[in-house]
Design a binder for this molecule. Structure first.
Ligand code: GDP
Ligand code: GDP
Ligand code: MG
Length: 310
């Protein structure tokens, strides 16, 4: 299983990986002492992968410092040193979230973000995975803006075979969530997964609507919503980060789902998320199918990104 997992991640990261390795592969395969030009190439490749200019410079500066201190001397040590830097960055964000261990039932997860990033699809993917793990999940259709949004989620719920709570088009999303939690309680469900309508952080009334949903959830279950995941489309690269920064601040976001990693060479955005937002990436989407979702693992991500065999 672990093998197919890494394969899927590599496929998802294919474009990023190829671009990155094309830029630095040759440099990383060199022998002899580390040269300044090699480090410059690594910096350029990180920037091209959308890790962000500031972060790319910071990461490579720390490699330069190692060269100066002679803890990094030969070119073959460069790749492991870079892996170490990336891992440290990603692992630093992991401690910021410990909600998996909440004993509260039902555990509440809410997906938020702008239109079309993949919230509804991701919700279905998460539901399927949890169900396979024996966790009893219930979906809440809190995107009440258009009837089509509920229909889309209903199709997924039927396919994954999990219950869905919805109301009529235009209903108050907080009321849907209230219903969903009551239903989950009476059915003895473990988790409620909430789909929400796309919105921009600048739409004050819609952000207020999210706040109301959170308030209702928190009144019903202690500490809820336990997980507020911002769904980001990887193909928007660093633009998405800027948006996320503002969104996160107002919506109580404590984790990120990065979707569409299969369609971009900008997978370095995972690093930018860790650096700029200080938020852990919890899941990555690597395709449109219901199984194309992977729990994020820093070690596997870095290995898949920097693997030399392509
Ligand atoms: P929402 O508006 O945020 O709810 O987005 P949807 O879940 O409706 O998804 C929008 C589009 O993105 C759909 O066509 C999905 O199939 C597609 N999508 C979602 N996740 C992924 C992914 O990881 N990879 C690819 N290639 N497409 C995705
Ligand atoms: P479409 O693009 O016409 O299919 O519709 P969208 O779902 O993209 O929404 C259009 C606009 O309405 C966007 O600016 C959304 O942010 C906004 N919107 C989304 N959800 C809601 C909601 O629940 N209430 C209101 N009033 N507006 C919403
Ligand atoms: Mg949706």
């Amino acid at each position: 299983m672990a093998g197919s997992f890494v394969k899927k991640l590599k496929r998802g990261l294919f474009m990023t990986h190829t671009e990155f390795i094309e830029k630095v592969g040759e440099t990383l395969r060199r022998t002899g002492p580390v040269e300044a030009a090699q480090l410059d190439r690594v910096e350029e490749a990180l920037i091209a992968a959308d890790a962000g200019v500031e972060l790319s410079m910071k990461l490579v500066d720390s490699l330069r410092q190692k060269v100066r201190k002679k803890t990094l001397t030969t070119a073959d040590e460069l790749l492991p040193a870079l892996k170490g830097e990336l891992l440290r960055l990603l692992r630093d964000t992991e401690g910021s979230m410990d909600t998996d261990r909440t004993s509260q039932r039902p555990r509440i997860t809410m997906l938020v973000g702008v239109n079309g990033t993949g919230k509804t699809t991701t919700l279905a993917k998460i539901a399927k995975r949890k169900k396979e793990e024996g966790i009893r999940v219930l979906l809440a259709a809190a995107d009440t803006f258009r009837a089509a949004a509920v229909e889309q989620l209903q199709i997924w719920a039927d396919r994954v075979e999990v219950p869905l709570v919805h109301q009529h088009e235009g209903a108050d999303p907080a009321a849907v969530v209230f219903d969903a939690i009551s239903s989950a309680r009476s059915k003895g469900m473990d988790e409620v997964l909430i789909d929400t309508a796309g919105r921009l952080h600048t739409q004050a009334n819609l952000m207020k609507e999210l706040e109301k949903v959170r308030k209702v959830a928190g009144r019903e279950v202690e500490g809820a919503p336990h997980e507020v995941l911002l769904v980001l489309d990887a193909t928007t690269g660093s633009n998405g980060i800027e948006q996320a920064e503002r969104f996160g601040a107002t919506a109580g976001v404590n984790g990120v789902v990065l979707t569409k990693l299969d369609g971009t060479a900008k997978g370095g955005v995972v690093l930018a998320i860790a650096n700029t937002l200080g938020l852990p990436v919890r899941w990555v989407g690597v395709g449109e199918g219901v199984d194309d979702l992977l729990p994020f693992d820093a070690g596997e991500f870095v290995d898949a990104l920097l693997a030399e065999d392509v």
